[in-house]
Structure formats: structure tokens, C-alpha cells
Write a protein that binds this ligand. Structure first.
Ligand code: KIV
Ligand code: ZN
Length: 511
């Protein structure tokens, strides 16, 4: 009988700490539902004390997820823990994750606390958290650079205070796999009461070792891995969920544990996260990169044709490649549409939303013959962002480009019902469109990223555009989808401006 390896996904918390990856409440709920469908054990939904927006997002995830535990992060401060407890009140299963730094450099330079004060605060934090839930996780931040004897003291004390999961973070991605594995083994051996708790690991990828370090820890007895979809996360990111899950599953001869993840959801989840955050997946990324299962050399192709396992250690379809099924077309009715959305786990809040989304589906089906699941996700994703913050709305757009001519765009926008129009030249039709929008709105935002992805294959595919804007230190992503990529670009630009307009402030957990 194999042990269960708990998958703790922190895409919505540490992943969101990647500059530019901030997500709205609706986006977080959509990703959380997809993580639940993939059978992730624990979803860290955010840091409720960071802002009212973060609190609302964690609450919304807690209220809508039933099959995964929902976790909120809190510094070892009473007010943070209270916020986390309140945000998680509606969860079917709730966890509070509290942390305080234990490395000499963090204690001395950042916290300005003595080691004894840190232990005292850690114990208090765990006790506060236990007032809200029995499921309390404690992390000694920067454990990878902490003194092991001091770590043992802190961890023994928090076990006594009621922590049931001890998470060992390599916060700055500094350790080597052998060293990190050894650290986990030593902690498990030396700490009294360690057999009563789950050891977890949380590795950052600064030296490209996050997955290797996590797996070394699993070999040495860690039974929870904290990871993110596509390896998103602070700086160089966190250990990537898909790599951890598939390494353990593919090498069952080597590992004495397995996860409960339903791997066919891995690729759709990766696409969803990449679309929402605007962080593209590199083509040669393991498992979810476009080339992960592509064979280019003649010798490899020949081998695979003769016997697939000559060059493939996993099957593409097992991780969700090729799951892109044609299901609906322009003759599909409202019921077929509704039931496909339900199968995809998409819950449109009201009949009215269903009606407007169905109308937009019909418009799309007129332009694009075959509608795939990805198209439906994009439709709903637009509806979410459109419905909630539509301060600026695209009414019409004409863009012209011709060889040898200067591209030109003319646009009509409604700002809270008031119509304005403008025209502009540009270096291309998208540039002309963005300039025309700026003539009307003069946002002064700086364009940081413009990316276009074909949602499905084929030239009639919808283009999904992500625009990242920065203004006064705030970074937001806007998304837009359309069969015309200039229109998709205008929608994405306005969606980003709508988010900037909503003007939410948030704090950072490590500050
Ligand atoms: O990297 C880190 O140390 C963290 C903690 C909050 C667990 O993200
Ligand atoms: Zn982290």
C-alpha cells in the first residue's frame, strides 16, 4: 500500500506573487474549480490580510469549493490570522497556514526579533489559528538557510501548540537536492512528536532546483508538496505541479507514494492559468509545453512509429493533450450549450448570464465553424471580466492595414454609457488601435506585455490576447478573445484598463 502524497497548490497565492500575475476574484474561483476538478488536495487561495480584494477572493473560493481543502495564508500576527479565519468560514474544509522567518538574516535584518521571540510568536500564531480550525500549517520561512538546531526547537514548539502540518520552505531556492533531502530526514528524526504531523516542502526555483529539491524531500519522508501550475511563483517560481505529479506517477518503481491527481486535467489547467495570468508556457516545458511530446528527429519519429515507448515515457493523452474535443456548432441549442458548460464545471450564476453568454456563443459560431471547449472557457472568461468591471466598453472598431500604407484604426468606446470616438495611425493595426484608445482615455499606463495565443488550432481559431499594463506601481492583466485579433487586442486593453480603474490595493505577505 503506497502512502498518499498531498498536493498543495499555491498558484492562487505564491503564483499570484509573480509580478504581473495578479488575478481577479472571478479568475481565482475559475482556477480553483479547475484545481478541484484535477483533485488537488489543498488549494491555497490567497493571503486574506493583504487587501479587501484578497479577502473577498479567498472567501469566494472557500464558499465554492467542496472537494479540496481551502487554505489562507497569514503572517504570525493575530490580525492576519483573524482575517484568514473569517475568510475561510464558509469552507467545507479549511486550513490556516501561518509563517514566521527563522533564518539568522531574516530574524535579525527583517523581523528584528531574537530567536526566542520568534519561537514565542510562532507558538502564539498556531494557538490563534487553532481557534478557527484544527487544520493548522506552520512554515519557518527561509528554513533552507536556518540553523537546524533552532529549526528543531521552533518546530517542536509548534507541534505542541497544535500545528498538524510542518512546511519546510526553501524560500530563496538556495539548497541542493541532497542537502534538502537530508534536512527533511534529520528534522523527522530529531523532533519529538514528528510522527504525528505531516512534513511538507515548499521550494523556489532560483537555481532551477525546485522540483529536484521537492522530490529529494519526498524520498526522505515529506508527504506534502507545495507547488504551482506551470511553476508560476515569486521570482523564478515554485516547484511545478505537473512535473511533481508526473515524476511521482511515472516512477512508481522509485517512489513509495502517489497523488490522487486526475492527470488528464493537467494540460487544460495549464492553459487556463497561462491565459488568465498572461504567462506563456515555454514550448520545451516538461509535460505542458507545446513540444513536450513532439518528435522532430527522423530516428526518434521512426522509433515512436515502431513502438511508442522507444522515446516516450508518458502518454500525451494521459496528461490532457488532445482533450480538445469538438462538441458544439452553430446549430447547437441552448440546452446542449448549458449541459456542456455544466460538464466543464462552469456555473453561470443566473439565467440572464446564460442568455447573454449563449448569444455570444451564437455570434462566435457564425464566425467560427467549430467550437471547442477552450472557446467556451474563453467566452465565459470574457463574460466574467466584462460583467464585473465594465467601466470602459468597446462599441465598435475599424482597423485598416494594407501593404505600403500606414495602418489606421478608428474606435468608439463607451465610458459609463458616454460614447467617445477617436482615430489614430500606428506601426500596425494593433498599435493604431491602442493609440486611438489612449487618445480617448489618456490612461498614462505603460504597456508591459502584449501576447497573442491561438485558443485552438486552425486559421479560424479565436485569438486570445493578454495585455499587461502598469500604472503607479500597480500591474494588471487584461484578456480578450475574438476571431479577429485586432478586436481581441482592443478588448484585452480595455479589460486591463477596467481592472486599473477598480483600483484595489494589496500588501505582500513577505513584507
Ligand atoms: O517561500 C516561502 O517561504 C513562502 C512561505 C509563506 C511559505 O511562500
Ligand atoms: Zn514561497
Amino acid at each position: 500500500m503506497k502512502d498518499h502524497l498531498i498536493i498543495f497548490d499555491t498558484t492562487l497565492r505564491d503564483g499570484e506573487q509573480s509580478p504581473g500575475a495578479s488575478m481577479t476574484r472571478e479568475e481565482k474561483v475559475r482556477i480553483a474549480r479547475q484545481l478541484e476538478r484535477m483533485r488537488v488536495d489543498i488549494i491555497e487561495a490567497g493571503f486574506p490580510a493583504a487587501s479587501n480584494g484578497d479577502f473577498a477572493a479567498v472567501k469566494a473560493v472557500a464558499d465554492s469549493i467542496k472537494d479540496s481543502t481551502v487554505c489562507g495564508l497569514a503572517r504570525a500576527i493575530e490580525a492576519d490570522i483573524r482575517r484568514a479565519g473569517e475568510a475561510l468560514r464558509g469552507a467545507a474544509s479549511a486550513r490556516i497556514h501561518t509563517f514566521i522567518a527563522t533564518s539568522p538574516i531574516h530574524m535579525e535584518k527583517k523581523l528584528r526579533m531574537s530567536p526566542d521571540q520568534v519561537i514565542e510568536q510562532a507558538v502564539k500564531a498556531v494557538k490563534w489559528a487553532r481557534q478557527y480550525t484544527d487544520d493548522v500549517e506552520f512554515s519557518p520561512e527561509d528554513a533552507g538557510r536556518s540553523d537546524i538546531t533552532f529549526l528543531c526547537r521552533v518546530l517542536e514548539a509548534v507541534i505542541k501548540a497544535g500545528a498538524s502540518t510542518l512546511n519546510i520552505p526553501d524560500t530563496v531556492g538556495y539548497t541542493m537536492p541532497e542537502q534538502f533531502g537530508e534536512l527533511i530526514r534529520t528534522l523527522r528524526e530529531r523532533i519529538p512528536g514528528s510522527e504525528k504531523v505531516v512534513f511538507s516542502v515548499h521550494c523556489h526555483n532560483d537555481l532551477g532546483l525546485a522540483v529536484a529539491n521537492s522530490l529529494a524531500a519526498v524520498v526522505n519522508g515529506a508527504r506534502q508538496v507545495e507547488c504551482t501550475v506551470n511553476g508560476l511563483g515569486e521570482r523564478a517560481g515554485n516547484a511545478s505541479l505537473e512535473e511533481i505529479v508526473m515524476a511521482v506517477r511515472t516512477r512508481q518503481d522509485f517512489f513509495s507514494c502517489d497523488t490522487r491527481i486526475d492527470a488528464v486535467h493537467i494540460v487544460p489547467t495549464s492553459k487556463l492559468v497561462s491565459g488568465i495570468t498572461g504567462f506563456p508556457v515555454q514550448p520545451n516545458k516538461a509535460i505542458v509545453g507545446a513540444n513536450a511530446f513532439a518528435h522532430e528527429s527522423g530516428i526518434h519519429q521512426d522509433g515512436v512509429l515502431k513502438h511508442r515507448e522507444t522515446y516516450e515515457i508518458m502518454r500525451a493523452e494521459d496528461v490532457g493533450w488532445g482533450a480538445n474535443k469538438l462538441l458544439l456548432g452553430k446549430h447547437s441549442g441552448r440546452n446542449a450549450f448549458r449541459s456542456r458548460l455544466a460538464e466543464l464545471g462552469i456555473d453561470l450564476k443566473s439565467e440572464e448570464t446564460l442568455n447573454t453568454t449563449f448569444m455570444r456563443f451564437k455570434e462566435l459560431a457564425d464566425k467560427k465553424h467549430d467550437i471547442f471547449d477552450e472557446d467556451l472557457y474563453a467566452l465565459v472568461s470574457e463574460d466574467d471580466s466584462v460583467a464585473l468591471r465594465e467601466h470602459y466598453k468597446l462599441l465598435s472598431l475599424t482597423a485598416h492595414s494594407e501593404t505600403g500604407e500606414t495602418p489606421h484604426a478608428s474606435i468608439v468606446i463607451a465610458e459609463e454609457g458616454r460614447e467617445s470616438r477617436a482615430e489614430s495611425d500606428g506601426s500596425g493595426p494593433v498599435d493604431a488601435t491602442f493609440r486611438a484608445i489612449e487618445k480617448i482615455l489618456a490612461s498614462g499606463a505603460e504597456l508591459q506585455l502584449f501576447s497573442v495565443n491561438a485558443i485552438t488550432s486552425g486559421t479560424d481559431s479565436q485569438g486570445e490576447v493578454t495585455v499587461r499594463l502598469q500604472k503607479s506601481g500597480r500591474i494588471v492583466n487584461g484578456n480578450g478573445a475574438d476571431t479577429d485579433i485586432v478586436v481581441a487586442s482592443a478588448k484585452a486593453y480595455l479589460s486591463a484598463l477596467n481592472k486599473l480603474h477598480s483600483n484595489l490595493e494589496r500588501a505582500h505577505p513577505q513584507v
